[in-house]
Structure formats: structure tokens, C-alpha cells
Design a protein around this ligand. Structure first.
Ligand code: DAH
Length: 342
């Protein structure tokens, strides 16, 4: 059997040397190395040998087996390398498609609004999400201990300022950027501020601890409430169609006087009443008003010379209404079944 092994080995190596392409290699592998190949058949017969020779021949057979496999692998590498090197690439073959990502629905609506406001001469501003208590509340005419602060409980940073107060918070609204923009650019001013806000909410289908707003303001000489209504109506009609109406009702916000909420005719039922508008025909989508003189002053603008208006859209709410999404928590879920629909 030793002789047979030796013969098989020599024969295999001789053929391997002569192999020039992968077809020949495949045949060789089948004939000698596969499960039904000659080497396996020979190995199977080892157990028929007497106990003394079995061990010796078994050992030798294993060594031969490893060697042949190694030599074979080496040759295969050489031939594979040669074959692919000279090969031309067939550029007519279809490529491998990589899945492409896309924008989040909130980003889609944000961009649509940015384009709209830019076409009306508004610039797009940004501001910090980690904000000081001063910009988020005090400068916006929420004095310390004002009850309106209570409605905007948020996350406080565990670090005191020089006066021993907890001063840093996650902003509860995009309104503090009003002050920052006034300070940076002065009057006249037309700006919008899309961005993320935070509140300490017990989350449910309509409340999240993180959400988006789109703030806007316009400051110039002789700006009135009528200008506010005109701009809002133009925006809403562009978004939801030319039939859209705007309804404004008084509402208190410390940084505007007079303050108002804004409702538009439901874009789905056109005011007739449906599930989306809870059968009222109207959708509440924003807060707005004429900028309070204290706020203009905090921004370094003289309220006897300039007036202005401000507004804040609940951006998530617009997105939910536009795409008929019934749970705000889906926005941050990272759930592809949700995201892939946009
Ligand atoms: N910041 C307000 C909120 O989070 C929304 C708002 C209301 C913004 C009136 C405004 C405004 O600019 O004038 O509830």
C-alpha cells in the first residue's frame, strides 16, 4: 500500500505540474482529492491492514494527503491569479446595486419650508441646542419664577454658573435664536430657525422629549399684525393649496404682544371636518404674535423705531399631518419599516 501511495502521489504531482488552466485543475481535484477520489479510496482501505502496518501506513497517508492538498492549493492560486490578471472587464454587465439612503420625513418638510421662506427673503439661522436659561427664558420676557416656564420643563445641566445658578438647559423652543439673530444681524431682519427642542415629557403618541420647531421673525419699520397674517397665509397656501384659510385666536406667549395661535383649514377635508382635524375643520399648527418691546430691547433693537412679528411652527406636527403619521415616537425610533416609506 505504501507503494500505491507513492505512485499516486507521483502521478498527481506530475499532472499538477502540467496543469495550465482551471478546467484541468478541477478534473485533477475530482480524480484524486475529492471524497470519491483515488486518494480517499486508498485511505479507506487502510483499516483493512494488520494492526502493526496500519499505524505506519496511516501516518504516511495523512502526510501525503496534506502535501497534495497544499501543492494543489498553491497551483490553484497561481492559475487563478494568471487568469484574472489578463481578463477584460465586461462593462456591459449590470453592476451591484448599493442601497441608497434618503432624507428623514422631518428633513423633507423642513427643506420645503426653507425654500419657501428663502423665496420670501428670509435667511435660515441656526442656534445652540444646549442653551442658557437667559436666552431660552429671561431674554424672551419669561422673568424668573414666571408660571409660563412651568409648561416648558426641560433637562437642566448639572453645573452652576458664577452666581451659583443652574444656567445651562436643553432649549425648550427655537425662540432663543430670535435674540441671537437680533444681536448678530440687527434690524431690519427676516429669518427662520428650524431646529430640535427638548422637554421633560411623559411621552405618548403626541409628545416626545425631543421634537422640531420652525421659528420665524421679521423686524422692520412699520411691521404690523397684518404683515404677519399675510406672510403666514402665503406660506400655508403654498403648502396646502390656494383655498387654505387662516384662523387666529388670542393666546398668551410672554415674548409676543398681542399673541395668537394659528389654525389653518384642514388640508384633508378642506374645512368640512374629518378624523385628522377631529371634525373641527381646523388644524392648530403654530403660535405667533407681534414681538414684545422687552424682547426687541433684549436683542439690542429700539422698539420705538422698529416693530416686528414672530411665529413658531410645530414642525413634527406638520410632518405628522402631511404624511398622516399617528405617533410622534416613530420619528426617533430608527425603525426602517417606518423610514423606508418616504
Ligand atoms: N416657542 C413657542 C412654543 O414653543 C412657539 C411660539 C409662539 C413661537 C409664538 C413664536 C411665537 O415665535 O411668536 O410654544
Amino acid at each position: 500500500m505504501k507503494l500505491e501511495l507513492q505512485k499516486l502521489k507521483n502521478e498527481f504531482l506530475e499532472n499538477l505540474e502540467k496543469a495550465t488552466d482551471s478546467n484541468v485543475l478541477r478534473d485533477l481535484e475530482l480524480k484524486y482529492l475529492s471524497r470519491k477520489g483515488e486518494l480517499s479510496q486508498l485511505l479507506r482501505r487502510v483499516k483493512e491492514l494488520s494492526l502493526e502496518t496500519r499505524r505506519e501506513v496511516g501516518e504516511m497517508a495523512n502526510i501525503v494527503k496534506t502535501e497534495l492538498q497544499e501543492r494543489f492549493d498553491h497551483m490553484k492560486n497561481l492559475i487563478d491569479g494568471k487568469e484574472t490578471q489578463g481578463k477584460k472587464i465586461d462593462i456591459t454587465l449590470p453592476g451591484i446595486k448599493k442601497p441608497l439612503g434618503h432624507f428623514h420625513p422631518t428633513t423633507l418638510v423642513e427643506r420645503e419650508l426653507e425654500d419657501l421662506f428663502a423665496s420670501l427673503g428670509f435667511m435660515v439661522c441656526d442656534g445652540p441646542e444646549l442653551e442658557s436659561d437667559y436666552y431660552n427664558f429671561t431674554a424672551l420676557n419669561f422673568p424668573k419664577n414666571h408660571p409660563a416656564r412651568e409648561m416648558q420643563d426641560t433637562f437642566f445641566i448639572d453645573k452652576k454658573n458664577a452666581q451659583g445658578e443652574y444656567d445651562l438647559i436643553m432649549r425648550t423652543q427655537t425662540s432663543p435664536v430670535q435674540i441671537r439673530a437680533m444681536k448678530q444681524f440687527g434690524a431690519p431682519l427676516r429669518a427662520i430657525v428650524p431646529g430640535q427642542c427638548f422637554r421633560s415629557e411623559a411621552t405618548d403618541a403626541r409628545h416626545e422629549h425631543s421634537f422640531y420647531q420652525l421659528e420665524g421673525l421679521m423686524i422692520d419699520k412699520n411691521i404690523s399684525f397684518a404683515d404677519l397674517k399675510g406672510v403666514l397665509l402665503a406660506v400655508l397656501r403654498k403648502l396646502y393649496g390656494p383655498e387654505t384659510q387662516l384662523r387666529m385666536r388670542p393666546k398668551h406667549y410672554p415674548f409676543v404682544e398681542p399673541g395668537s395661535n394659528g389654525e389653518c383649514t384642514c388640508f384633508l377635508c378642506k374645512g368640512k371636518g374629518c378624523r385628522v382635524c377631529k371634525y373641527s375643520g381646523w388644524l392648530e399648527i403654530l403660535g405667533c404674535g407681534s414681538i414684545h418691546p422687552n424682547v426687541l430691547r433684549a436683542g439690542g433693537i429700539d422698539p420705538t423705531e422698529y416693530t416686528g412679528f414672530a411665529f413658531g411652527f410645530g414642525l413634527d406636527r406638520l410632518v405628522m399631518l402631511k404624511y398622516n403619521i399617528d405617533d410622534v415616537r416613530l420619528f426617533h425610533s430608527g425603525d426602517l419599516r417606518f423610514l423606508e416609506q418616504f
